[in-house]
Ligand binder design. Structure first.
Ligand SMILES: Cc1cc2nc3c(=O)[nH]c(=O)nc-3n(C[C@H](O)[C@H](O)[C@H](O)COP(=O)(O)OP(=O)(O)OC[C@H]3O[C@@H](n4cnc5c(N)ncnc54)[C@H](O)[C@@H]3O)c2cc1C
Length: 375
């Protein structure tokens, strides 16, 4: 079987890339080991921003901001073409606790309106709206009323719906998706991938190949990974079924990045852990109890009775959360779009655009040097 591009891995990175390439006129085949969109991309929380954005390098910021600009059109296109609503919305994010340090009781008043100068400078430079508030102004159901930062333009999306929409869009746009097809070997000659083989015994050839295999990317590439550093980082999430409208915004505890995310129908996600557990993506009782206690402390009504789900996923970890979006240094028709670590959903449309531009020789909208394949 042959097409212009074979995409290996049907998570958000692979499906968004396939969708973008199809939009640009290429023929695309996606090969997925299990079923599309059931690994990290399904497990993720769907916040479309780094959690404390000012803590990240410019390489992360320029890609997330570029992606954020593409999101409205990306979602509108999917909604129109597929009829599936990924529930993209600007629910804002309230950052609690020690950021900036909560003012002492006696100093409350004047200082409450002052922002940390470094954070404020970052936000102004980056055009990132923020405001100092009391937490109960935005989220009255929180147990404590405390100093907080309000980031009103942070958006969220409902991952499973976004993935369903992408699968339908790729197929509806003429792309081929082959599930239960694990890529198991490479035939590489004269500096080019000639073909790849799958666990189904099929061979695929193409002008170009893109690896979007998330936490498994380095494993899949084997010796061709060179110095690529992508590894699995387990994250666990709890799901509560509460009354719709109980919580109107994402709430983040700045110290250790614990968050609550309300969906439109009343579901609330509580997450997430960051664990080095190899490729084991089973949820654990320890994490469940820790997340439950955190959620309960923050919003006392979130008790065990409302617990409706608990899952884990493997993020494609990368140094400083900087993904690799590049052509292989020695294999001229092999590309990688992976290693988005904590922000693969946020970065999806932007990364898809960059790797597609690379393959189709289009001008890039930003400096792509930070995303080079390490050698
Ligand atoms: C708990 C948690 C919370 C998160 N929260 C957020 C958030 O709020 N915002 C955000 O932006 N990001 C978040 N993330 C991160 C985000 O989910 C990931 O960065 C993103 O999903 C990675 O997408 P991917 O397509 O690279 O990987 P995956 O979704 O894991 O997809 C990779 C696919 O490749 C397939 N594959 C692997 N090997 C092969 C092979 N040999 N052949 C064929 N197919 C193969 C796999 O089966 C899989 O389907 C979170 C992640 C977790 C786990």
């Amino acid at each position: 079987m042959s097409s212009d591009v074979v995409v290996i891995g049907g998570g958000i990175a692979g499906l968004a890339t396939a969708s973008e390439l199809l939009r640009m006129g290429a023929s695309v085949t996606v090969l997925e080991r299990n079923r599309c969109g059931k690994e990290a991309s399904w497990a993720g929380a769907g916040i479309l921003s780094p959690l404390l954005p000012w803590d990240y390098s410019d390489s992360v910021t320029q890609l997330t901001q570029f992606s954020n600009r593409l999101f409205p059109q990306f979602i509108e296109g999917l909604r129109t073409k597929t009829g599936i609503d990924p529930e993209y919305q600007a629910s804002g994010m309230l950052v609690l606790s020690d950021f900036p340090a909560e003012p002492q009781e006696e100093t409350r008043g004047e200082s409450e309106d002052e922002l940390d100068p470094a954070v404020e400078a970052w936000c102004i430079r980056r055009g990132f709206p923020m405001k100092r508030v009391r937490s109960h102004e935005i989220a009255p159901m929180l147990a404590r009323d405390e100093a907080a930062l309000w980031l009103p333009e942070v958006c969220q999306v409902r991952n499973p719906r976004l993935l369903q929409a992408l699968v339908k869009d790729v197929e509806g746009s003429g792309g081929v998706i082959v599930e239960h097809a694990e890529v198991t070997s490479w035939k590489i000659e004269r500096g080019r991938v000639q073909s790849i083989s799958t666990s189904r015994g099929e061979e695929y050839s193409a002008a170009n190949f893109i690896v979007t295999a998330g936490a498994w990317s380095r494993q899949l590439l084997g010796q061709h990974a060179l110095k690529l550093n992508i590894w699995p980082v387990r994250g666990q999430i709890l799901l509560f079924k509460a009354q719709a409208g109980l919580l109107g915004t994402i709430v983040l505890q700045g110290q250790d990045n614990f968050y609550l995310i309300p969906r439109r129908d009343g579901h609330i996600l509580a997450g997430s852990t960051i664990e080095e557990a190899g490729f084991d993506h089973r949820p654990s009782a320890t994490a469940r109890n820790a997340l439950l206690a955190r959620a309960h402390t923050l919003v006392p009504v979130l008790t065990e009775e409302l617990l409706a789900g608990h899952w884990a996923g493997l993020r494609p970890g990368s140094p400083h959360n900087i993904p690799i979006i590049d052509r292989h240094p020695d294999i001229s028709n092999l590309y990688l779009n992976s290693g988005h670590y904590r922000y693969g959903v946020t970065m999806a449309p932007g990364s898809a655009r960059l790797v597609s531009n690379m393959i189709l020789n289009k001008v890039q909208p930003l400096d792509i040097a930070p995303y080079r394949w390490p050698v």
